[in-house]
Design a protein around this ligand. Structure first.
Ligand code: F6P
Length: 546
């Protein structure tokens, strides 16, 4: 057994859980008329309603003890102090510095990193302003109207999710496109509609070695050179990376490179120069507001007592659902079309961080860790997978995320959207009892065998735990705060599970095998491949006529 499962708090939770598993949310609400107030927590206009989670005051108390017993506060402080909490890679984890006020120091290895952060931000501000105002143009003197970000994982999902979310802050004459997949159809689809003379490519890669990104970047470069000549590259390509040498090797002048640092993890990098496409299409001021929103959450996470600390509460409830109620997944359901890539973004943020089974102390876990994260925007999701949440056999905790006000108001659309948030969380909590279903069928004129046959299909078990996250409006500030809320929630969970949430060694094996398989596919040389892979290589080569 690990220290975690042997600890007093974990044991107390194990003891407490069976009782809670048998209690229905109906009962919890009936027993406490102040349940909404008791389990709703706020930071300015941000409200986190945990009242429809299957918790009591005692549950939260025991979970807080777990946080204290496992040293969550110390671990958090170590992150903010720039200590090397990414132990396997011996690195600091300081993405919080990227959104910190630039005149207040933050240290890594005794060095104040804020001057370097400020310098890159100034360059991002200047560059984005020049492009937006038409001072920086393409090789033929045309205005740049299309920005193509070439990157993958953290060098794609963050800026993609944010530029989609902030579209009301963009102008139609400056558009962002994202190419990530090595599948040629991704780049081909984007390039088909672009004018090279008006296109700016941002090659975004922390390492500048990622196969997908380098392949796409080389093909994009060839496309441009074909049409505008070699000298055009300097005006149409910039890079965002920590690897200046590889950027220069690729043929991008390091004057056209925006740097960041090894203490910024890929999936935590949208706040760095990786956010350049955001500054380009939304304007640097909006990007700064995004950073300020994240900083507001950092300050809250760092200083608020654990019992009112929003990321801590979300993380503790996540642990409760996963480890003590037995959920395997976590649904992210923004009732906001602008957040349609949030679930994809959080899949990397959460699953690449906490999808691990070896602890920081190098021992295997003896408990479950990060859940499967998935989701889609509401109300669309209601017309696809909600059936399963309402009447399936899995426990599916879900976050419902909504703004009270639309930024693009149109008739009563937004009220209808919000009515669905309230209706769904209510339905998931309380369900529909046999008595209610029977009365409803009777009111429709059904009786006897016909009624009895239909009745079981009309029941809703309810008791599906949900969190409602509500804020005034999805401004850049509110978005930054929301993303940071999730980042720190992931930190809290990883910290309590004893994981290093900041490496991603699980992605390596597939990369190694793909490298080995590529020459076999190209040449038919099968030596060294397992029989099953060799058979498929032959099959594919035959179909391709190789
Ligand atoms: O393969 C996983 C990963 O390393 C992610 O962690 C990262 O965000 C992505 O690849 C892209 O890496 P890079 O920015 O170095 O191209």
């Amino acid at each position: 057994m690990t220290d975690l499962t042997q600890g007093e708090a974990w044991q107390a939770l194990e003891h407490h859980a069976p009782k809670q598993r048998n209690r229905h949310l109906r009962e919890l609400f009936d027993a406490d008329s102040a349940r909404f107030e008791r389990f709703t927590f706020r930071l300015d206009d941000l409200l986190v309603d945990l009242s429809k989670q299957r918790i009591t005051g005692e549950t939260l108390h025991l979970l807080r003890e777990l946080a204290e017993e496992t040293g969550l506060g110390e671990h958090r402080d170590a992150m903010f102090a720039g200590e090397h909490i990414n132990t396997t890679e011996d690195r600091a984890v300081l993405h919080v510095a990227l959104r910190h006020p630039v005149d207040r120091p933050m240290y890594v290895d005794g060095e104040n990193v804020m001057p370097a952060v400020a310098e890159v931000l100034d360059r991002v501000a200047a560059f984005s302003r020049e492009v937006r105002e038409g001072e920086r143009r393409g090789a033929t003197g045309e205005r740049l109207t299309d920005v193509v970000n070439i990157g993958i994982g953290g060098s794609d999902l963050g800026p993609l999710m944010v530029t989609e979310a902030l579209w009301p802050y963009t102008r139609p004459e400056l558009r962002a496109h994202f190419v990530s997949n090595v599948d040629d159809s991704h780049l081909a689809r984007v390039l088909r509609d672009l004018d090279p003379a008006r296109t700016l490519f941002v090659v975004a890669s922390k390492t500048f070695t990622t196969e997908e990104t380098m392949t796409n970047a080389r093909s994009a470069r060839a496309w441009l050179v074909d049409r505008l000549g070699e000298e055009a590259v300097a005006k149409h390509f910039v890079a965002v990376s920590t690897n200046g040498e590889a950027v220069a090797g690729f043929g991008i002048d390091t004057d056209n490179m925006f740097g960041f640092w090894d203490w910024v993890g890929g999936r935590y990098s949208l706040w760095s120069a990786i956010g350049l496409p955001i500054a380009l299409v939304c304007g640097f001021e909006r990007f700064r507001e995004l950073l300020d929103g994240a900083h507001a959450m950092d300050a809250h996470f760092r200083t608020a007592p654990l019992d009112v600390n929003l990321p801590v509460l979300l993380g503790l409830v996540g642990i409760w659902n996963r480890n003590f109620l037995g959920s395997v997944c976590h649904a992210v359901l923004p009732y906001d079309q602008r957040l349609h890539r949030l679930a994809a973004y959080l899949q990397q943020a959460d699953m690449e961080s906490n999808g691990k089974s070896v602890r920081r102390d190098n021992r295997r876990v003896d408990y479950t860790t990060g859940p499967i994260v998935w989701g889609e925007p509401g109300t669309n999701a209601q017309h696809s997978f909600f059936q399963m949440i309402h009447q399936g056999t899995e426990l599916i905790p879900a976050d419902f995320i909504a703004a009270a006000k639309s930024s693009t108001p149109m008739g009563d659309h937004h009220l209808k959207l919000l009515a669905n948030v309230l209706a769904q969380t209510e339905a998931l909590a309380f369900g529909k009892t046999p008595e209610e279903a029977r009365a409803e069928l009777e009111s429709q004129g059904l009786t006897g065998e016909e009624l009895e046959a239909l009745l079981p299909h009309k029941l809703f078990g309810g008791n599906q735990p949900t969190t409602t996250i509500l804020y005034d409006e999805l401004t850049p500030f509110a978005l930054g705060r929301l993303i940071a809320l999730y980042e720190h929630k992931i930190f809290v969970e990883g910290s309590i599970w004893g994981l290093n949430s900041f490496d991603q060694m699980g992605v390596e094996l597939g990369k190694q095998l793909a490298k080995r398989t590529l020459p076999a596919l190209a040449s038919g040389q099968l030596a060294g491949l397992p029989a099953v892979t060799a058979s498929l290589v032959e099959e594919i080569r035959a179909r391709r006529g190789d």
